[in-house]
Structures are given as C-alpha cells and as structure tokens.
Design a protein around this ligand. Structure first.
Ligand code: NDP
Length: 276
C-alpha cells in the first residue's frame, strides 16, 4: 500500500503542501500519497485518530491546530517543545506519535542557504510575538546573532517570549516604541499585519545600511512591509521559501531523505506570478 500523509487545517483548501510534497516525492523517487484534510474546528483529535487508523504515516498541521498537535504528541523534539506548537507529526514504528516543529529551520534555511544571509554576529529584529514567531526563535538563536530583539504591538508578549528563550542566546523583548534609536542588519516580519495590508509602526531608521528584510508572509505582490523596506534601501525576500523549506524538513523526518527545493520554489513562485 502507498504510504499516506496529509496536512490538517481549517481552512485547508488553500494549502500548497500537497503540491510541494508531490513534487518532493517525484524528485526523490518515493511513492506516497499526500492529501489536504479539513478537520472540524472542534475535533482535530478525532480526525487525527481516523487518519492514523487508516495507516497514515505522518502529517503536517496548520492553523488552528498546531498547539493541539503539540499536546497530542507523545514525544516532542526540543525545538517543538520550546515552540509550544507542532507542525509535523510522525507515526512512529513503536506506535508513538512524534511531534516536531520545522517552521524555524525552514526560515533559517531559506535565509542562510537560499538567500545567502548569514545571521552569525548580526543584529536581528523579529516583529510579532504570535505562534509563528515563537516557532522560529530557537533556530534563529542557534545561528548566534549578536543580538535578537523581538518587538510586538503588545509589548508584554514580546517580553514574555524573550524570557522564555533567554537561556538560548542574547534576546530581549519590547514594544515598537522601544526600537527608537536602534538599527538592525536583518528584520523579519512575523506579524499577521501583512494579511490586512498593514505596516507595523517602525522607526524609518530601524534598517541599518545594507539591511535585509524578510516577511514570513508571501503572495503575488510584495507585502506592505517588503515595499516599505525596499523603499528604505533593504534587500527583501518573502516567506515562500520558508514554506518550501519547512516542508522539506518534514519530508526528511518522514522519509529520511532531504529533497532538493530550488526547483519546487521556482515553480511555486511562477504559479504565484501576477502575469499568469
Ligand atoms: P498570530 O495570530 O499567532 O500572531 C499575530 C501577531 O501579529 C501578533 O504578534 C500580533 O500582535 C501581530 N499583529 C497582528 N496585526 C498587527 C498589526 N496590524 N500591526 C502590528 N502587529 C500586528 O499569527 P501567527 O504567528 O500564526 O502568523 C503570523 C504570520 O506568519 C502570518 O502572516 C502567517 O501567514 C505567517 N506564517 C508563515 C509561515 C511560512 O511558512 N511562510 C509559517 C507560519 C506563519 P499582538 O500580540 O499585539 O496582537
């Protein structure tokens, strides 16, 4: 029987994961089936149980079930443990459910390997303090930036996150007004402001000369944040590569093979293109 995988979400029809994993399967010569499954808002656990009973080998989890997946995992990786969210589950041969979070490693790989942006020794600013940001802080700190500042509309959430990760590197939390007079080499937008076409209230001089700006969101057009950063002289990149790289890490967890990602990213980018 062909190995079965899926992504759970609500909504889930928009998910690009089935296309990405079908491409990875083709590129690596692995025969597998990967589906998008809509779980009812109030019964993710039931949907997951049914999937496992069908022989499902592993799944991705997207909004709004990542925290529930964390709770349902019998064993969690260290990065998932700290993230408080699981986006990848593996049905272990020992009958246990293994939980991991590949979002952060996906972001770092896209920044460091795909975009060639080294984080070591850099001043890094992360905007937002929601689930996505919590998921990426461990892998970002593992790159040994000179400092990592988390800035959020609700300052207390940024301060709480910084306290949670303080044992992993130089990290502090603040509100946006606390950024006055500071400059950063790499600025990563992990707020959902881009979804509403809004720009977090950033001081114009927060970008150091030659800064790199990254938005975890992606779309056919550059986000308002990326447009703002480009207008202030920064190099920019959106989160499509993060999406592909987090999927590649999940594929590795399930299949023990690291799929090539460049062609898949290029195809997704072309499909997003407004000319099409
Ligand atoms: P959450 O709802 O958990 O957090 C939202 C965050 O955005 C909070 O910090 C919130 O601040 C802030 N925020 C919302 N609106 C505004 C605004 N108008 N101005 C300033 N700050 C604002 O969302 P997630 O963390 O789950 O997702 C954040 C983003 O990351 C989304 O755009 C999502 O698409 C993207 N993402 C991309 C991935 C990828 O693979 N490329 C993977 C995962 C996420 P406050 O605390 O004050 O409310």
């Amino acid at each position: 029987m062909t190995d079965l995988y899926c992504v759970f979400g609500n909504p889930v029809a928009h998910s690009k994961s089935p296309v990405i994993h079908a491409a990875f399967a083709g590129l690596t010569g692995h025969a597998l089936r990967y589906e998008a499954r809509l779980a009812p808002a109030d019964d993710f656990a039931g949907s997951l149980c049914a999937f496992l009973a069908e022989g499902g080998k592993g799944c991705n989890i997207t909004v709004p079930f990542k925290e529930q997946a964390w709770a349902l995992a019998a064993v969690r990786s260290r990065r998932a443990e700290k993230a408080g969210a699981v986006n990848t589950l593996l049905a272990g041969k020992d009958g246990r459910l293994y939980g991991d979070n590949t979002d952060g490693v996906g972001l770092v790989r896209d920044l460091v390997q795909n975009a060639g942006v080294s984080l070591a020794g850099k001043r890094v600013l992360v905007l937002g303090a929601g689930g996505a940001v919590r998921g990426v802080l461990s892998p970002l700190l593992a790159e040994k930036p000179a400092c990592l500042v988390v800035a959020n509309r609700t300052a207390g959430k940024a301060e709480a996150l910084a306290a949670l990760f303080a044992d992993e590197g130089s990290i502090s939390g603040t509100g946006f007004t606390g950024l006055a007079g500071q400059q950063f080499d790499v600025v990563i937008n992990g707020t959902s402001a881009s979804l509403q076409g809004e720009l977090p209230p950033l001081p114009a001089d927060v970008l150091a000369p030659g800064a790199f700006a990254y938005d975890m969101m992606y779309g056919a057009q550059p986000t308002v944040f990326l447009q703002w950063a480009a207008a202030h002289g920064a190099d920019t990149r959106d989160g499509l590569g993060m999406l592909v790289e987090q999927a590649a890490e999940a594929f590795f967890i399930w299949r023990n093979v690291r799929p090539p990602t460049a062609g898949v990213l290029a195809e997704l980018r072309a499909a997003l293109s407004p000319e099409q």
